[in-house]
Ligand binder design. Structure first.
Ligand SMILES: Cc1ncc(COP(=O)(O)O)c(C=O)c1O
Length: 387
């Protein structure tokens, strides 16, 4: 049976060059602790500095502004808590959007419970936050705006640079979750006006459990959330995950090198999936923005049927896809993103996300389009919702 992976927004396979790089730091003499003074430590400290430089270059940042973390979730938590705690004498208002990843949304909500004043902005039918709404929400007490660069569930690219300009004018810290956009569209901290920016290794053919938090030099941000050693210039205590960081830095390098060609190729496949599904099956709606969306991302609502049933049937044909985000797919609650774009609950359960990646081909898409039609017809025939 064919085996096709169409869930690259969920996670990606580790690139062989990344695995090779990691292996070098799991074997031989490359086991040193970068905080040690002997040559084992010095050797790794040098490699860690090189990895930091590579990541900084890719983001248009300085190496001193890069902190390695345990992934996107930790970066988002650190960014938001760090900015909120360090600036609470200045104000207590935080702005975010209703379609953020839970790593952002739940962190902001937790601060709301702890006494911060929070604004969760609505989005339009494409999942886009409006710059005017952000401007209107700003008060004298606003200390942080946190808006994602691109949405994981519906692929919409947010007007992050415009929000960044606004934040800069009003001297408000701006955090961007760029976990989904990095490697697919340009991510530069100057162009985005980002003061804090999160990345994750496993969305870019790197390892799981490692990420990056960019912290602009000079912003008020609380020191490490963990109590412990002085690693990462006091910004993140704990011995660094060296194999993970080396793998991540290699993945970042590859992502930047391949981005333009690969994104153009994936956009062709993406549009073929969109045309193929909406053109040949009735009652299928594209969710997210039709054009301002990630080059590898498609997401749909299939009326009258459950996304889970489509997934299981696709799995039996060798195709791995997802409904909404991997993190919420075990919950029976309709996705907060689909709810925010105005999807009625009964329709939100019919979501399917096809996110393409480096090993996908035109033939994979042809095969998918061939098998999905009879699957949908069969499920609809059995559906009590369709009369
Ligand atoms: C937009 C976004 N932010 C944050 C995360 C969390 O990243 P990690 O899985 O590395 O914790 C994800 C993962 O799905 C994501 O899509």
């Amino acid at each position: 049976m064919r085996s096709i992976y169409f869930d690259h927004s969920g996670t990606t396979p580790v690139h062989p060059a990344v695995a090779e790089e990691m292996y070098r730091f799991l074997t031989g003499d490359n086991f040193g602790n970068p905080s040690s003074i002997h040559r084992y430590g010095l050797q790794i400290r040098k490699k860690l500095a090189e990895a930091r430089e590579k990541v900084a270059q890719a983001l248009g940042a300085d190496a001193g502004e890069i902190v390695f973390t345990s992934g996107g979730t930790e970066s988002d938590n650190m960014a938001i808590h760090g900015a909120a705690q360090a600036n609470k004498n200045k104000g207590n208002h935080i702005i975010t959007s209703a379609v953020e990843h839970h790593a952002v949304l739940n962190t902001v909500k937790a601060l709301g419970k702890a006494g911060f004043d929070i604004t969760i902005l609505p989005v339009d039918q494409y999942g886009m936050v409006s710059v005017d709404d952000v401007a209107a929400a700003i008060t004298d007490k606003t200390i942080l705006i946190t808006i994602m660069h691109a949405n994981n569930e519906v692929g919409t690219i947010m007007p992050a640079a415009e929000i960044g300009r606004l934040a800069r004018e009003r001297k408000i810290i701006f955090h961007v979750d760029a976990v989904q956009s990095f490697g697919k569209i340009p991510v530069n901290v100057e162009d985005l006006g980002a003061d804090l920016l999160s990345l994750s290794g496993h969305k870019i053919y790197g390892p799981k459990g490692v990420g990056v938090l960019y912290i602009r030099k000079g912003i008020r941000w609380r020191q490490s959330l963990f109590h412990g050693g002085a690693q990462e210039r006091l910004r993140r205590a704990g011995t660094e995950n060296i194999p993970g960081i080396m793998g991540l830095a290699r993945a970042v390098e590859l992502a930047v090198e391949n981005r333009d060609n690969e994104s153009a190729r994936l956009m062709g496949l993406r549009d073929k999936v969109i045309r193929g599904l909406t053109g040949s099956i009735e009652d299928v709606i594209l969710t997210g923005h039709p054009t301002r969306r990630l080059p590898n991302h498609t997401s749909f609502l299939f009326k009258y049927i459950e996304g889970e049933s489509i997934l299981l049937s696709l799995d039996m044909k060798g195709i791995a896809a997802s409904t909404g985000s991997a993190c919420t797919s075990r919950s029976l609650e309709p996705s907060h993103v689909l709810t925010a774009i105005g999807t009625p609950p009964e329709e939100a359960h019919g979501s399917l996300r096809i996110t393409l990646g480096k090993d996908n081909t035109e033939e994979d898409v042809d095969y998918f389009l061939e098998v999905i039609k009879p699957i949908v017809e069969k499920l609809r025939d059995m559906s009590p919702l369709k009369d």
